[in-house]
Design a binder for this molecule. Structure first.
Ligand code: ACO
Length: 350
């Protein structure tokens, strides 16, 4: 059975740089508060009316396809990970196919809704398809257009200062060499679904009595998915229980990395490069310390891009690789934690 290797990586970030000071024009915050709590100095925002999650994903995909030395027509499956899709449906997978001009219809396109751990989940799905022999060139993309849906008033500051826009992509291929994905570990705990969530607009239909979903019971069909109250009272912005997320994340990141290492008979010190999901620099530093890794063994770029959710790992992987920080034979560890809660890790022999 073949293993799965990353044959090409690419990323795209919008030109528009938004510094912490820029945010102070819209909300009561400060560069000091943001840097201290999150490590973020600036982030990129997509150009309104001109860019979408799909177009950013397409830029990253074209770069990955070129690096892999294949043509877009060689792609036989697309996996698109995002929490900020162009449309509620259809998903970005088919939109990307169209944007890239892939006209053959023998391919499939799948959307993954796993937020911050989307890319790690996507890698694992792709790995199973490649190992089984079903596909030979899978295009896996993580892309986010957060800025279109954040609350830029002071009320939304805890969430909105953290997130940025961008995209990353990889091409996955089979390999018979002793390289590629060694293992993936995936986990979830739906108990915490609403602790980091955007529940409106949605089809929840007032399921939990203790949550104000923004509608009143009416004895007629419809009127649940989107209401005036949701719009007028800002109920369609993301909510995050920051402290709960922080406390869970630092434990689960370390657990799931150790789980992957143990299953392969490896030690923490065997890791050459850890690329954690760029949630928050403080979380990454905590994980680094817990695993006893040096600064050279961990790559962070949240300072420049903020948290780009499903895009953060492939953007960081692309930058680390381009900077020569990942060499053939290195043990690369990817790990993520996020909304759901879902979390996971991947070990790759480069
Ligand atoms: N600027 C200035 N003040 C702010 C801001 C802001 N942007 N946001 C909140 N505050 C204020 C609050 O109103 C509060 O004021 P008060 O004391 O007068 O009430 C004070 O700062 C402290 O607020 P907390 O929410 O307690 O701040 P905390 O120290 O917990 O930091 C943070 C918030 C940064 C979100 C932190 O909880 C955290 O890092 N959590 C992890 C969440 C995370 O990383 N999420 C990323 C997305 S999820 C993922 O990718 C895994």
């Amino acid at each position: 059975m073949p293993s799965t290797k990353i044959a090409g990586i690419g990323h795209y970030v919008p030109e528009n740089v938004f510094t912490n000071d820029d945010l102070t024009k819209y909300m009561d915050t400060s560069d000091e508060w943001i840097r201290e709590r999150t490590g973020i100095e600036e982030r990129r925002y997509a150009t309104k009316y001109k860019e979408t999650t799909t177009t950013m994903g397409a830029h990253a995909a074209r770069a990955a396809i070129e690096k892999a030395g294949i043509s877009k027509e060689d792609v036989d499956f697309i996996i698109f990970c995002t929490l900020s899709p162009d449309y509620y449906f259809p998903g970005c997978g088919v939109l990307l196919q169209r944007e890239l001009g892939i006209t053959k219809t023998e391919i499939g396109a799948l959307d993954i809704r796993n937020q911050c751990s989307g890319f790690v989940y996507g890698l694992s799905v792709a790995d199973q398809f490649i190992r089984s022999g079903m596909y030979k060139n899978i295009l896996l993309v993580g892309a986010e257009f957060h800025s279109m849906g954040l609350d830029f008033s002071t009320e939304g500051r805890t969430v909105s200062v953290i997130f940025g826009d961008g995209a990353g992509a990889v091409i996955l291929q089979p390999t018979e060499e002793s390289e590629g994905i060694l293992t993936s570990k995936l986990h979830s705990d739906g108990t915490y679904a609403e602790e980091l969530a955007l529940i409106n607009f949605g089809s929840h239909s007032g399921y939990h009595d203790d949550i104000d979903y923004g509608f009143h019971n009416e004895d007629k069909p419809g009127g649940l998915f989107a209401t005036e109250k949701m719009v007028n009272e800002g109920m369609m912005y993301p909510y995050m229980n920051g402290q709960k997320v922080f406390k869970k994340a630092v434990v689960k990141f370390v657990e799931v990395i150790n789980e992957a290492l143990k299953s392969e008979g490896l030690e923490q010190s065997d890791i050459d490069m850890l690329i954690p999901h760029q949630a928050n620099l403080r979380i990454a530093q905590f994980v680094q310390k817990s695993l006893g890794l040096s600064d050279d063994q961990v790559f962070n770029n949240i300072q420049k891009y903020g948290n780009t959710t499903a895009a953060s790992i492939p953007i960081a992987l692309s930058e680390a690789h381009a900077a020569g920080k990942i060499k053939k034979g290195d043990l690369v560890c990817l790990a993520a934690f996020g909304s759901g809660f879902t979390w996971g890790s991947t070990l790759i022999r480069w």
